[in-house]
Ligand binder design. Structure first.
Ligand code: GTP
Ligand code: MG
Length: 138
């Protein structure tokens, strides 16, 4: 079993979709073993998306991620990293497969409802950025 880090982004909380997205996550067999609603600071968002610092959309991304509350989560299950990427769908919702979270709920490539770690190593680092061990209960 494996863990991955998830964020329900501000477009999700704004539209009151926390429960609807969580239902898709749980239906896919992933267990929500840690969850917290937070307002990301500018510094937190910049650190989290540091790898995208040189990309043209970096400023927009940080502004968006701090524009409202987010829900940070730890998801657990068999192949959780790959499974959650599959459940989320392609970064651009227009290219996302039917039944995925982004196909169902997202309106643009920027406001694409969810984040999921892209590797097990990154998952560990991302989880450590937002959770203490004692706040994850498997
Ligand atoms: P995450 O799970 O959020 O990391 O998405 P991803 O791995 O599918 O995409 P990637 O890591 O390449 O990009 C990170 C995030 O930057 C995306 O989820 C989008 O929110 C945002 N992003 C990517 N491309 C664009 C773009 O062309 N324009 C804007 N505004 N945002 C983008
Ligand atoms: Mg990514």
């Amino acid at each position: 079993t494996e863990r991955t880090f998830s964020i329900l982004k501000p477009d999700a909380t704004k539209r009151n979709l926390t429960g609807a997205v969580n239902a898709v996550i749980e239906k896919a067999g992933l267990r929500i073993v840690g969850q917290r609603r937070i307002q990301m600071s500018q510094a937190q968002a910049e650190k989290f998306y540091e790898i995208h610092k040189e990309r043209p959309f970096f400023g927009e991304l940080v502004t968006f991620m701090t524009s409202g509350p987010v829900v940070v989560q730890v998801l657990e299950g068999e192949n959780a990293v790959a499974k959650y990427r599959e459940v989320m769908g392609a970064t651009n919702p227009a290219q996302a497969a039917e039944g995925t979270i982004r196909k169902t709920f997202s309106e643009s490539v920027g406001e694409n409802t969810v984040h999921g770690s892209d590797s097990a190593d990154n998952a560990k680092m991302e989880i450590a950025q937002f959770f203490q061990d004692s706040d994850i209960v498997g």
